[in-house]
Structures are given as structure tokens and as C-alpha cells.
Write a protein that binds this ligand. Sequence first.
Ligand code: UGA
Length: 446
Amino acid sequence: MALKITVIGTGYLGATHAAAMAELGFEVLGLDVVPEKIEMLQRGEVPMYEPGLEELLRRHVDGIEGASGRLRFTTSYEEAGAFGDVHFVCVNTPQKHGEYACDMSYVESAFDALAPHLTRPALVVGKSTVPVGSAARLAERLAAASPAGAQVELAWNPEFLREGFAVKDTLHPDRIVVGVAGERGEELLREVYATPIAEGSPFIVMDYPTSELVKTSANSFLATKISFINAMAEVCEAADGDVVKLAEAIGHDERIGKKFLRAGIGFGGGCLPKDLRAFMARAGELGADQALTFLREIDSINMRRRGHMVELTRDAVGGGFLGKRVAVLGATFKPDSDDVRDSPALNVAGQIHLQGGQVTVYDPKGMENARRVFPTLAYADTALDAVRGADVVLHLTEWREFRELDPAALGDVVAERRILDGRNALDPQLWRKAGWTYRALGRPKA
Ligand code: UGA
């Protein structure tokens, strides 16, 4: 009989994972403790913007016309315990308030709520990003609290999906990493991932701590690559060099590679920044803090980018923000997402606003979330409306819509044809030809 799967926590990770598991042919029950979220999902609506996810969901949610009916949702742990052979825990692990460490309370509550309902053999699979050592601790807690005792196993299976590509990354992962303590965990996960394994996704089996470390080290490496190129951008600016050319040239070396070498206002989002910090905090607890002190520098290079963008803008408008109108294109932490968590774009917009600038923001998908986080900023319904009367235009999230803007049309409505590209994603020639002063981070002035 086909395995029955539950997915606990229906945020980015969980909602995508649940829909993907149904797509792979399994019966799936998604659980969340927020009833409104469950009601939305049950109607086939996704609580966030993620390309392709709503379509995938609607292909499987029970009760939707033409759907496979393999995907249902609940708020009941009792129902989840009775239903599932394999339980994926996908709840989030945000940064603790006022500390670097990650907040494990959602993971712990999920395990504590599920365990008493595990009355038959089951595999619990952690997907949340956790500090190394958590899986071993949670395995003991699970065995002690589950009626089925030793028949309940734990595996750790970190997730590497990127927002904006969540569906593709989940259905066709570039690797599947599993941390296990016994053979049954591995066998069941081979069954769950049979389709991507057959397509060629590497399936890499290891112990718990290594699997936890794979996730945090991968994100740390990505953050390091971005901060490296941003450090080069700082040097380029000082030496009148061009960081875009530099990245292109070093990227041809296959050992370095072209990806994640886009200089700009740096990384943000719900993962990279908090994962770096949690990793440092955990290394400190383990007595290995020296190994990761370089991550502190990665973090500070990154945070410096935001301040630098604010300074460039201040210079561009003559040394002070008072009475100046600043148009901000982009609010999300990256394109193809509505996520504004720790968004560099919104941070820059907020700083300028707090320093007296009149900031108007436009983002293709992130307006609602941005308004919630920063209600005192002004928001416009289109890019054209945002730039109307602006003394300077800032390009802070590299949406395709912004690359396709017509510099001449925008030029007709601004007060000054001045644009600062915080993502090195616009074509300088195009803007300069239309009479704009174009400046970007880490590139020559003209
Ligand atoms: C990141 C990782 O890329 C995923 O592999 C991982 O699964 C995920 O975190 C997670 O831990 O859940 P994500 O947060 O979606 O994914 O965002 P990224 O695509 O990594 O981008 C992060 C930030 O770096 C964005 O703000 C982006 O604008 C910035 N970035 C990216 C740059 O500034 N330069 C680049 O060259 C690339």
C-alpha cells in the first residue's frame, strides 16, 4: 500500500512540500495550527505568492473540481497521527528575539503535539532548519512520548528550496540529504523520493548531526559568496573598478562559478541572515566559535550594504533628505516572492524615510506585506506613479517588470532623471541614453 504522508506546518516549505507529495502520488494530510491558513488551503488558495504553487495545489486538493483529491488539510494532531506513515515537520525556526540563536519553540511544540498520537510504527522527518544536535535530542523526546515507543523513528531531511522556485526545487531537488539513525528511515525516504531519485537526484545518507550541518553550511556558503562580491564592490568603488565585469571574469573559472556573484544591497529574507546567526550561536555553545567568526564579517559586510545605499542616495539628492522625494522600486527581499522578511529594499526605504525623505514604494507582489511591516511609508500602485515627481529613483529588487520599464516614459514624470541601481540589474546604457544619471554599487560613475 502506498505510504500516507502528513506535512506539519504549511508555510512556504510545508505548503509546497504537501502539494509536491500529492503530485508524486501520495495521499497527503497537511496540518497547521492556524485555522485561517487551513481554510484557505482547503479552498485551493495559497497564503503567499509563489509561482506555480497555487496551480499545483489546485490539482490535488480534495473537493476542488477536477483535482486528484489526494491532498487534504486539518488542524487536528489526532487526525494526523492516525493518518500518517511518514510525518514531515516543516514549521519555521525564526531568530530569537534579541539573540542570535534560533527559536526552536515551534519545532518542539509540533513534536510534543504529534508524539502522543503515534500509536503505530511511523517515521517522523524533520525538515526545519535547526541547530546541530537538535535531531538527536528530539529523537529521544519522540521515543519517550509516543505510545508506539521505539517503533517511531526520526530522520532529518533538510530542504534547499529557494523562494520563487519552490515548486521546481521540491519536485526536482538537486540533492536529497537524509540524516538517519537506522535503516528503516532510509528505506522509507527512498520510497517517498523514488520519483526524483529515478530522475537522477543524488540521495545522500548520513548521520543526524551531519545532515543538520549540511543545511546551515550550504546557506553560510551562499551568504559568503554574496558578501565576498559585495566586499569586492566596496574595493571597486574605491579604486574606480567595475564589480560587474569583475564578477563576470572570475565567474568563468569553474571552481568559482558565476552564480551568487551579483553585487548589490545584499542578502535578506527569512533564511540566510538568521541561519548565519544561529550557526554562530550554536558553534559558540559547542566551543567551536572560532571556526565561524568569519561569518560575523559576512553578516556585517551584508548589513553595511544597506547603509551604503542610503549614503549614495543622500549624496545623489545633494547631501540631505529633507524635502526630497525618493521613489523605491522593490520591497521584497528578492523577485518572484511577496516575502519582505529582513528585506534589504524595505530596510533602505525605511532608513531614508526615518531620515526625513519622502519615500514612495512600489513592488509587483510585496505591497500588502510591506504595508503591514512599514505602514508609514507611502505606497503607489504602479512604478510610474511611484516615480512621479521623484528627485531620485532607487532600484532595490530586481523584478523583471523593472528591467522592462521604459526610461523615456519614466523620465517624463520624474523631477530629476536620476537612478541608483542597488541590484546591478538594469542596463546602464539604456538609461543613460534616455538622459538619466545612472549609478550602481561597485561600478564607475559614468
Ligand atoms: C535560500 C537558499 O538559497 C536556499 O537554498 C535555502 O533552501 C533557503 O534559503 C532556506 O534556507 O530555506 P532564499 O531565502 O529563497 O533561499 O533566497 P536566495 O535565492 O538564496 O537569495 C537570498 C538573498 O540573497 C536575496 O535577498 C537575494 O537578493 C540575495 N542575492 C542572491 C544577492 O544579493 N546576490 C546574489 O548573487 C544572489
